[in-house]
Design a binder for this molecule. Structure first.
Ligand code: PXG
Length: 289
C-alpha cells in the first residue's frame, strides 16, 4: 500500500508519524472519511470543502491548496490501483513540544490513506438495525462544536462503547437539552406523515455529506424536508427511520430503545432513497483513471 504523507507517496512501512505529533498527543487535527465507487471518488470536493471549514474553525493552516489536496487524493487512489474503497484524509497540527501549545507545531502533517473498506453486514441493510439512546451526551457546540470533524472522537467512541455494551451497533446521541443530535458516525433521519425530518446542526449534528445528498434526493422527489429539534418521542413514533454516513451509506433503523419503528421492516421511502443513492455513487464523482 502506498500512503501519501507530507507531499510524498511512501510504503506502508515508511509511513510513520512522530510521537511528538500533536495529533497523537492531543487529538489536535482534523480528518475526512471518503468513499471510492466505480473508479471515482464520491463527493471529493464537498469533503475537501468541509476539511477546510474544520481547519478554519481550529486555526489550522493546511499546507496545501484545495486543488492540490484533490489531486493528491486522486493520485493516492491511483497509486493503490483502487476502484472501490475508503480514503482517510488527515491533517494533524504536526510535531511540537510536550505541552499543548499549538504554536510549538511549525508544520502541520497531511496524510492520505486509501484502502479497502469494511462495511456493515448485508443482513443489517436488508432487515434494518436496532439502536439505543446512550447516556453520553453529544459535545456542546459552545465547548467543542460537533461540526468540526476533529481527531478527537472520544465523545463518539464512548457512545459507541455504550451501544455495543447494550448489544447494538449504533447509538442515538442526545444533546444537553435532550434533543436528538446524531449517531456516533452517522446522521439520523425520520419520516413522519410524508415529511423527512433530521436534527439541525445546532442540535449537535455534523454537517454530513451523505445527509446533504439525501436531502437533495428527497427534495428532487418533491418530499418536504425540514430540520426541527427532535425528541426520543418523535423517533419512537416515526413511520420510518434511517441513518446516513459515508461508511454506512443509508442504514434502515427498525428498533430504538426497544420500540419497534413503523412496521419493523425497512420502509418504502428508505428503500427508494437507498436505490437512488447507489445510482448516484456509481455514476458520479472525481475520476481516478
Ligand atoms: N456524524 C458524525 C459524528 C460523523 O463522524 C457523520 C455524521 C456522517 O457524515 P458524512 O459526511 O460521512 O455523511 C460522520 C461521518 C470512520 C468514518 O472511519 C467516520 C465518518 C465517516 C466515514 C468514516 O470512522 N463519520
Amino acid at each position: 500500500m502506498k500512503i501519501f504523507i507530507d507531499g510524498k507517496l511512501c510504503s506502508e512501512q515508511d509511513a510513520k508519524v512522530s510521537v511528538f505529533d500533536h495529533g497523537l498527543l492531543y487529538g489536535d487535527g482534523i480528518f475526512e472519511g471518503i468513499r471510492i465507487y466505480n473508479g471515482r471518488v464520491f463527493k471529493l470536493k464537498e469533503h475537501i470543502d468541509r476539511l477546510f471549514y474544520s481547519a478554519k474553525a481550529i486555526l489550522l493552516d493546511i499546507p496545501m491548496s484545495h486543488a492540490e489536496l484533490m489531486k493528491a487524493t486522486v493520485d493516492t487512489c491511483r497509486a493503490n490501483d483502487l476502484r472501490v474503497g475508503y480514503i482517510r484524509l488527515i491533517v494533524t497540527r504536526g510535531v511540537g513540544t510536550l505541552g499543548l501549545n499549538p504554536r510549538s507545531c511549525k508544520n502541520p502533517s497531511v496524510i492520505i490513506i486509501a484502502n479497502t473498506i469494511q462495511v456493515y453486514p448485508a443482513e443489517l441493510y436488508a432487515h434494518g438495525m436496532s439502536i439505543v439512546t446512550v447516556p453520553t451526551v453529544r459535545n456542546l457546540h459552545s465547548a467543542l462544536n460537533p461540526a468540526i470533524k476533529s481527531l478527537n472522537y472520544l465523545n463518539n467512541i464512548l457512545a459507541k462503547i455504550e451501544a455495543n455494551n447494550a448489544g447494538v451497533e449504533e447509538a442515538v446521541m442526545l444533546n444537553s437539552e435532550g434533543f436528538v443530535a446524531e449517531c456516533t458516525a452517522d446522521n439520523l433521519f425520520i419520516l413522519k406523515n410524508g415529511a423527512l425530518l433530521t436534527p439541525p446542526l445546532s442540535a449537535g449534528a455534523l454537517y454530513g455529506i451523505t445527509r446533504g445528498t439525501v436531502m437533495e434526493l428527497a427534495e428532487k422527489a418533491a418530499l418536504k424536508v425540514s430540520e426541527p429539534n427532535l425528541t426520543r418521542y418523535d423517533l419512537f413514533n416515526a413511520d420510518e427511520c434511517f441513518l446516513t454516513g459515508t461508511g454506512a451509506e443509508i442504514m434502515p433503523v427498525v428498533k430504538i430503545d426497544g420500540r419497534v419503528i413503523g412496521t419493523g421492516q425497512p420502509g418504502p421511502l428508505t428503500r427508494k432513497l437507498v436505490e437512488e443513492y447507489h445510482a448516484l455513487t456509481n455514476s458520479t464523482g472525481e475520476p481516478i483513471y
